[in-house]
Design a binder for this molecule. Structure first.
Ligand SMILES: Nc1ncnc2c1ncn2[C@@H]1O[C@H](COP(=O)(O)OP(=O)(O)OP(=O)(O)O)[C@@H](O)[C@H]1O
Length: 778
């Protein structure tokens, strides 16, 4: 409040560079405050742009932000920063865990002795840690019999996958069995990580080991609380990366591993230097520091074995990976049939790669060539064969590479699921969601659109959970509390996915009209949503659109939306590969049932994704959620650097600031009456005898501690953020004083005893001495 802005006190002032700057108030006049910074620079600003600084901010920060005496953005930031500098990367905001990526190994955080510390410990008893979240989820599942979920989010490179792995290790630690015959479920779940990473992770600008898919791992438990099964669901693998890599990123790890395989494998797959392959050499980045692709190849094969992928299957998988690389090297030129727009492989080299790809796929070489250069059209019952120009042929080649790769990835996921096995009798599960965070780049395409839809959905889930749970609790306890406005993002969700009329519906419509282009699609969006508050058309563009997401505005470029949304498998490609002599390859392209081939040639990626999300949310809604927000402290991916603005942005996007706002606005700390009295009875030991009931006792204790703004519910005491800390301080003080009294009494007792003893001894000595004296006299 205003009172805090007195001359001489310290404040946080908004600063474009470091977000919040510390300064001392020099003068305050007519609402204009002059602040002087350590460096000597002066700033004059309005009080609205500054926050009071906590004069007693603990030098090591606090483990739970809601315990901060001054709960505001700069305070939160300072707390995270101070802790980060001490390698305390985990901090709570109520029961949300914030994890700041250390970008260096901190082994003490993951060793077995640390795991043991969290086992059975109550939440908050130990320092903040993903193990505490997992532990709390596990005991809730056991004690309350309710399924749980842990949602890990954050931007690329923030540490989601690393945190997820820690959670899984810990759940395996809690619910695992001692070495049984064969591989245990938990071992297979853990070993699925390296396999999925080999095929679904790549180096990007933002992360050297970026997961290019979302993942939900469902761990099933039996009645005794032991892991009895698991299922992995994946979302939206980035397909475009297979054929298109921009510098300095890489394609999926498996391609480079295979090029570094032992000689006999290289010969078998006719591979060699990765720089020779178009799908890899579009980027200059081939090798990664600290990553030995040849070792990774061996390690991946070993992990594949653990998750039940036989050596024959491994051979088929790598044959397909190699075939994809060869496909990329087939170039096309104009064909000989001058009168038509035709194409053919460019030269000997292209024919070599075509032949090799066909051998590896075990399909007919000529049909493979035709599937690129020709297209069969069916019009009014007639079939016409149309030639494609070199450009279109190359696109068709890329389409084949992408569809084969994505089906291969799906096969691997399904195989892992089959091996691990589901437990049909499982009663409870803990789901762990590792999914891409909100994205907003210079150019945002269809992928960002889908990713941000996911985040809108999860944000709504988060809001509903945090807000509605709170609200329900307040209503249940019948306490007087007028809630701050509920920030619901349903309007953004409607804009995107309402049926009919939402952006996805319009996109699907555009994809079905042969004549639509991204321009006509954009035009349609502008017309439809011209009055929508969440939608706008950027002034300088004719095809971009901006969505006002919960985390800020994102402008999307529609250029490739239509293509990327079409999940259309070219029938020639499907026919070719389902005729492969290799059962593995043909298995990836099962023949479609008759009706669907005709009517729904088109299926929309966005729509499928929307349905996947729907089912994910249904699963999540049936569980009690726990949240881990990962934060990336800098974009250099280096330890020890904490960029304020960057972190702040992520806290806002992850709903952390929102959660803090809710906490501030309400009464985040609550205790049952009996627990409360028990904890604080020391403030007035006879309180229970003096009061007619527990409620009055609670009130009396609160008065003792000089607290006013609290609420008494039906079963609980509700406290403002930080009040618990005040009560604890009073308690500590009383305890301290009591200790003094006890010590005093004890010391007195000992001293007295000693004194009495000495006195008695003295008397005795005197007596004896006198006696002797007397005897001598005699
Ligand atoms: N707890 C940790 N300890 C040490 N290093 C970490 C930790 N968390 C993350 N890192 C480092 O940061 C990198 C990125 O983390 P991670 O792959 O988990 O990010 P992510 O959020 O899953 O990113 P993406 O969305 O791109 O997959 C890791 O490869 C690792 O080097």
């Amino acid at each position: 409040g205003q009172l805090s802005f007195v001359v001489g006190s310290h404040v946080w002032i908004e600063d474009p560079e470091v977000a919040w700057l510390d300064g001392e108030i020099q003068e305050s006049r007519n609402g204009e405050i002059t602040v002087i910074h350590e460096s000597g620079s002066k700033v004059v600003s309005k009080s609205a742009n500054m926050y009071p600084k906590d004069p007693e901010f603990p030098p090591n920060g606090v483990e739970d932000m809601t315990r901060l005496a001054y709960l505001h953005e700069p305070g939160v930031l300072q707390n995270l920063q101070v802790r980060y500098a001490m390698n305390e990367i985990y901090t709570y905001t109520g029961n949300i865990l914030i994890a700041v990526n250390p970008f260096k190994r901190l082994p003490h955080l993951s060793e077995t002795s640390t795991m043991a510390k969290y086992k059975g410990a109550a939440f908050g008893e130990q320092s903040p840690h993903p193990f505490a979240i997992a532990s709390s989820a596990y005991s809730k599942m056991i004690n309350e019999g309710k399924s749980q979920s842990i949602l890990v989010s954050g931007e690329s490179g923030a540490g989601k996958t690393e945190s997820t792995k820690m959670l899984m290790h810990y759940l395996a630690f809690l619910g695992g069995r001692k070495a049984t015959e064969g591989r245990s479920v938990e071992q297979q779940v853990l070993e699925s990580n390296p396999v999925l990473e080999a095929f679904g992770n790549a180096k990007t600008v933002r992360n050297n080991n970026s997961s290019r898919f979302g993942k939900f791992v469902e761990i099933q438990f039996d009645q005794k609380g032991r892991i009895s099964g698991a299922a992995i669901r994946t979302y939206l693998l980035e397909r475009s990366r297979v054929c298109q890599v921009s510098d300095p990123e890489r394609n999926y790890h498996c391609f480079y591993m295979l090029c570094a395989a032992p000689k006999e494998d290289i010969d078998k797959y006719k591979l060699g230097n990765p720089r020779k392959f178009h799908y890899l050499n579009q980027s200059n980045c081939i090798e990664l520091d600290g990553l030995d692709d040849s070792k990774e190849y061996i390690a991946t094969k070993r992990a594949m074995e653990v998750v039940g992928i036989s050596s024959d299957e491994q051979d088929a998988i790598f044959r397909i990976v190699a075939a994809v690389l060869h496909l990329g090297n087939i170039e096309f030129v104009k064909g000989r049939e001058e009168e038509l727009d035709s194409s053919q492989p460019k030269d000997e080299k292209s024919y070599f790669h075509l032949k090799t790809a066909a051998e590896l796929f075990m399909c007919d070489e000529k049909s493979l060539e035709d599937s690129f250069c020709k297209r069969v059209m069916v019009t009014r019952g007639d079939t016409i064969t149309k030639s494609l120009d070199p450009n279109a042929a190359a696109l068709s080649r890329d389409a084949l590479a992408k569809i084969v790769y994505s089906r291969l990835f799906d096969w691997i996921v399904e195989k892992i699921n089959n091996t691990i096995g589901q437990d049909p009798d499982s009663i409870h599960l803990i789901g762990v969601l590792d999914i891409y965070g909100f994205e907003s780049f210079k150019t945002n395409s269809f992928e960002q659109f889908c990713i941000n839809l996911t985040n809108e959905k999860l944000q709504q889930h988060f809001n509903q959970h945090v807000f509605k749970m709170e609200q329900e609790e307040y209503t249940k306890e019948e306490i007087d509390w007028s809630y701050i406005e509920f920030v619901d993002n349903q309007d953004v969700l409607d804009l995107i996915e309402k049926k009919p009329g939402g952006i996805i519906a319009l996109l699907d419509e555009a994809c079905m009209f042969p004549r639509s282009t991204h321009e006509t699609f954009a035009e349609k969006l502008y017309q439809t949503f011209k009055d929508n508050k969440r939608f706008s058309k950027p002034k300088l563009s004719r095809t971009d659109f901006t969505v006002n997401h919960y985390a800020g505005d994102v402008t999307y470029q529609t250029d490739f939306f239509l293509d990327k949304n079409k999940d259309y498998v070219v029938p020639e490609h499907a026919a070719l590969l389902s005729a492969s002599k290799c059962p593995f390859v043909s298995g990836l392209f099962p023949p479609l049932p008759e009706e669907t081939t005709k009517s729904t040639k088109f299926s929309s990626i966005a729509n499928q994704f929307k349905q996947q999300l729907q089912s994910l949310l249904e699963t999540l809604n049936a569980t009690e959620p726990h949240y881990i927000r990962c934060v990336k402290p800098n974009n250099l991916l280096k330890p020890g650097i904490f960029e304020n603005n960057n972190v702040l942005q992520q806290l806002r996007c992850g709903g952390v600031m929102e959660a803090i706002r809710i906490s501030c606005a309400g009464y985040p700390t609550r205790k049952n009456f009996d627990e409360f009295v028990q904890r604080f009875t020391i403030l007035e030991p006879k309180v229970l005898k003096a009061c007619p009931n527990e409620v009055t006792a609670c009130k009396r204790l609160l008065e003792r501690a000089n607290l006013k703004d609290y609420q008494i519910g039906k079963t609980k005491v509700f406290l403002r953020a930080g009040q618990m800390a005040e009560l604890d301080a009073c308690r500590a003080e009383v305890l301290g004083r009591s200790a003094c009294v006890i010590q005093k009494k004890a010391r007195m007792f000992i001293a007295r005893k000693h004194y009495v003893l000495v006195q008695l001894s003295a008397i005795e000595i005197q007596r004896v001495a006198r006696g002797l004296h007397y005897v001598n006299h005699l």
